[in-house]
Ligand binder design. Structure first.
Ligand code: ADP
Ligand code: ZN
Length: 215
């Protein structure tokens, strides 16, 4: 299956798409993770991406599209993939469709995880991030006994873009640029709306049911 995950920052796209990719045994591709890795490594791409991400803005379309196309051309994507955080603009969605058509494939489903605005802000401001394994944990849901990552033991941090000012900006960017994608995929007939509350377990169940996957 070729899947994309839509949803506001904090909707749980990351957590859910990692889980679904594992169940389906297909690669999980997160543009946010790719950018954060490059920022950590101090690459030219990382420096450019950081200048947008730290302000809650989107990285420019052409740059983002070329990174994703390079990744999708890799061998491990030939039997399916999950895109997490891409596309985020109509321009990116059209570029993705063009690429898919050029390799005689299509996006099977766009999973849209729906979460109310108050829960989004709560989740973003209370989440901790593991720079080593890219795990994300919510301080209320995962019993964090220390600031060590429950998965790999590295020190957890708060993402720089999870501060109140940047959260506000990211949600505005989402409403302006990304929310219109639900109409785009709805018109194509492949949109699956999924309830992203109350917690991870329930919403993952909603997603698997919508996709017709038995766990
Ligand atoms: P979240 O969905 O929680 O905001 P992500 O890890 O998906 O987090 O993305 C973090 C940041 O990386 C975004 O706020 C944006 O600046 C940048 N980014 C990620 N994906 C894209 C994309 N497809 N196009 C442009 N910028 C992106
Ligand atoms: Zn970790």
């Amino acid at each position: 299956m070729n899947l994309i995950f839509l949803g506001a920052p904090g909707a749980g796209k990351g957590t859910q798409s990692v889980a679904v990719a594992e169940i389906l045994n297909i690669p999980h591709i997160s543009t946010g993770d790719i950018f954060r890795y490059n920022i950590k490594e101090g690459t030219p791409l990382g420096k450019e991406a950081d200048s947008y991400i730290s302000k809650g803005q989107l990285v420019p379309d052409d740059l983002t599209v070329s990174i994703v196309v390079d990744r999708l051309n890799k061998d491990d994507c030939k039997d399916g993939f999950i895109l997490d955080g891409f596309p985020r603009t109509i321009y990116q969605a059209e570029a993705l469709d063009k690429f898919m058509a050029s390799v005689d494939k299509k996006i099977d489903y766009a999973v849209n995880i729906q979460v109310d605005e108050d829960s989004l802000v709560d989740r973003l401001s209370k989440r901790r991030f593991c720079p080593a394994c890219s795990g994300t944990f919510h301080v209320d849901y995962t019993p964090l006994t220390s600031d060590d990552c429950p998965t790999c033991g590295a020190k957890l941090i708060q993402r720089k873009d999870d501060t109140p000012e940047v959260i506000k900006e990211r949600l505005e960017t989402y409403h302006e640029k990304t929310a219109p994608l639900t109409d785009y995929y709805s018109e194509k007939g492949c949109l699956l709306n999924v309830e992203g509350v109350p917690g991870i377990e329930k919403s993952l169940k909603n997603t698997l049911t919508a996709l017709g996957i038995e766990k």
